[in-house]
Design a protein around this ligand. Structure first.
Ligand code: MSP
Length: 500
């Protein structure tokens, strides 16, 4: 089956920070897991390059918007291999293919009668690139997100008839209780809709850094509509000569942060309906990574540089930490001290040591060959149904819960090492059979948890599966006893070495 997963596209008005890495790694974990299940995956990420935030940042720096976009898009592109994101395409909204597809979809929206000319007057935040409703305005006419004064804007625009999609959106939410998750976000979006929808500006006349409106050369499209459409347009040109929309549209899962809920859960499905296109299957809304209790953001300046973190702890450790420390879907604090502590106790001690002890004991007591015996029946019930449970959780993007289920088995295997005490068994030739069972069980248990950890710790897991002599990462093999004994193992260097 085809599986299309997306991340938000990132603004190029600043360099990438951990918040951006977070959305991308979350989507990557799901993409990798689906590939393990044998699905045909398309994983999309990229950059959002038009609009006022970028134009203003470029002006402050004294460069053209295109120059700023080129420089910063490259930083985001470079981030992807560094965090080991397995994206199938990287879209830039300044791509010619994107622009042409945006124009054609929005021309259809226009031709379908969902656009009219009108006068906009109201409050606008240039950082959000958003026109604010009464509920979204802070004391003294400020932005609730950025705390900066809002601008009073008045201009003639083309409007999108969002109000006429109120009933279709209500029907969508009634029919598809899992359209948006977690549930609190579903409720939030639904109450925004039932509270009454106003028409929204589809174009801007004051700015030129955007995609030209085909029916009015004085206007460019409002950046949010241009940006939202990336999820669809990418499929039209990512593989030259191929139209991937027939295989991958509608998207199966769109991952995004809670700050952009309204655009994705309200504007976006309405826009797609207006263009006669199917709406995505699910949106998963994650929370914020907080630093010192505040949202990490470029405007607040409290950002953790993901490159620095990876230099010290490694990419896998960053991927693991973000989803272990903060439950995906909730807000949660991250800190350098937190990184260090999880790295040491969980990655190095619990998982790393389990791996090195297992490989070392097989090398020492059985000359590097996993005994060809059955797995210890005492472990079987503890692993029963694990792969199915993980798959079911990840179908719902419950990344942290799935990881927790696997980690319970890592801990179970550590207890099994102590219970079976292979070092004692090895001293008594009469207990060689028991030692065979213990070593085989450890190798097999370690293999199963490692297959399930592949999406989280792709590099480490691959090294370890190879060292176990069973490199397949297929989810079908994530059952205790799915692989026979007899594999030759190799010792590996410490998987999570001490950090200076
Ligand atoms: N360009 C828009 C999205 C357009 S999608 C059609 C945008 N860009 S952004 O760069 O500001 O943010 C992109 C994503 O990064 C959002 O989902 C946002 O929630 C996420 N994060 C930015 N800071 C974050 C944290 N501190 N924590 C978690 N995610 C954060 O919005």
């Amino acid at each position: 089956m085809a599986y299309f997963v997306t991340t938000p596209i990132y603004y190029v008005n600043a360099a990438p920070h951990l918040g951006h890495a977070y959305s991308t790694i979350g989507a990557d974990i799901l993409a990798r897991h689906m590939r393990q299940r044998g699905e045909e995956v398309f994983f999309l990420t990229g950059t959002d390059e038009h609009g006022e935030p970028v134009a203003l940042a470029a002006e402050r720096l004294g460069v053209t918007p295109q120059e700023l976009a080129d420089t910063n898009a490259q930083h985001f592109r470079d981030l992807m291999p560094r965090i080991n994101a397995s994206n199938d395409f990287f879209i830039r909204t300044s791509d010619a293919g994107h622009k042409a597809a945006v124009q054609s979809v929005l021309q259809r929206v226009f031709d379908n009668g969902h656009v009219y000319r009108g006068m906009y007057e109201g409050w606008y935040c240039p950082r959000c690139a958003d026109f604010k409703t009464d509920q979204e305005i802070g004391p003294g006419d400020t932005c609730l997100i950025h705390g900066i004064p809002l601008l009073r804007e008045k201009e003639e625009n083309w409007f999108f008839r969002l109000s006429s999609f109120q009933a279709p959106l209500e029907a969508l939410y009634a029919e598809r209780p899992d359209f948006v998750s977690p549930r609190t976000r579903f409720n939030e979006a639904l109450s925004f809709i039932t509270g009454g929808l106003n028409d929204v500006s589809l174009t801007r006349a004051r700015i030129s850094w955007g995609i030209d409106v085909p029916w009015d050369p004085e206007h460019v499209f409002y950046v949010w509509f241009d940006a939202l459409l990336n999820y669809y347009t990418a499929l039209t040109y990512a593989r030259p000569g191929e139209d991937l929309t027939s295989t991958f549209w509608p998207a199966d899962l769109q991952v995004l942060g809670k700050d952009i809920l309204k655009f994705h859960a309200v504007f976006w499905p309405a826009l797609l309906m207006a263009a006669d296109l199917p709406v995505p299957r699910r949106l998963f809304i994650h929370g914020y990574l907080l630093l010192d209790g505040e949202k990490m953001s470029k405007s607040l300046g409290n950002v953790l540089d993901p490159f620095e973190v990876m230099d010290r702890f490694g990419t896998d450790a960053l991927r693991f930490y973000c989803f272990r420390e903060v439950s995906f879907g909730q807000d949660g604090s991250v800190s350098t001290a937190g990184f260090e502590s999880r790295y040491e106790t969980e990655l190095a001690n619990e998982y790393g040591n389990l791996a090195s002890r297992t490989l070392a004991m097989i090398t020492r007591y059985r000359e590097g060959q996993v005994p060809e015996v059955e797995v210890d029946p005492v472990l079987v019930p503890d692993f029963e149904g694990l792969a199915a449970e993980v798959a079911e959780l990840l179908d719902r993007a419950e990344i942290t819960q799935a990881l927790d289920r696997v980690w319970q088995r890592v801990r179970r295997l550590n207890r099994y090492v102590e219970e079976s005490a292979p070092w004692t068994l090895s001293k008594d030739p009469a207990r060689a059979g028991e030692l065979d069972v213990a070593l085989r069980s450890l190798a097999e248990g370690l293999r199963v948890v490692t297959v399930l950890l592949c999406p989280y710790l792709p590099a480490t897991a691959q090294t370890l599966l190879a060292a176990l002599g069973r490199p397949s990462d297929s989810l079908a093999g994530a059952e205790l006893g799915a692989e026979p004994g007899g594999a030759r193992v190799e010792r590996v260097a410490q998987l999570f070495p001490k950090v200076a």
